[in-house]
Ligand binder design. Sequence first.
Ligand code: RIB
Length: 279
Amino acid sequence: SLIRKSGRTIGVIIPNMNNPFFSRVLLGIETEAIKQDYVPLIFGSNNSQSQETHYLFESVRRAADGMIIASAVSDINYIDNILNQNGIPYILIDQAPVVKGDRVDANNQKGGALLADYLIKNGHTDVAVVCATKPTLNLQERLAGFVETYKNNGTPIPEDRIITTEMTKKGGYAATKAALATKPTAIFGINDEVAIGVYRGLEEAGLKIPSDISVVGYDDIDLGEYISPKLTTVHQPAFEMGTNAAQMIIKRIEDHNEPIQQVSLPVSLVERDSVRAIN
Ligand code: RIB
């Protein structure tokens, strides 16, 4: 028979299917799951809490053996209850809140600081940031690392230089005018999608990157190497976040008594062509 006792399925909830960062995470999950003879059930919550809850129940109904949750679950206690009641272990990654339990993320504070150091080294003390209107924890940490580094340099970023928008290319594009109004020499798009939107906004404003203005992003999605100029960014090990999360949830499925597993992966600066030294 093709039917077996455990479906060997892992429910996966991600916030945004449209962001290539999450495609890399999924590829990592899939690669590891297949290796270990598990099948991922993938759901995109489209940043919506009700979708997220709906898919959570669907995963329970379909008897998932474990869950990987990458979305910014707003009520973790509620989710914890549902999954616990049904004996389904879960691991939180990236945007998900930090609680006592299994977790994979990357060092966002460090990533923000790396970018700030690099911009400061290149003479950019007047910098604008394009960030999310409701930043998730990972974005808050990223921003904090960036902002603190500028503060420690004696060149704090005035609050009006932090522009908030939707976390998409469109959001970055729409925020460019407001960012330019603060007369920065460089703009930090809080992820590559936003930075790519800013590229388009700058082009329409008749500005050239990096001779007129510098831009940096965050994530290192592959598109960054194919736009002009190539985008300077921070590499997040998205694929490895996926493989680690899958390994850890499978371990947990197979042994519920495994001690708490928490991994924070390193990030690195990827220096390309979108920043000009102005000092
Ligand atoms: O909110 C989306 C962002 O969070 C991604 O682009 C990636 O940076 C993740 O950490």
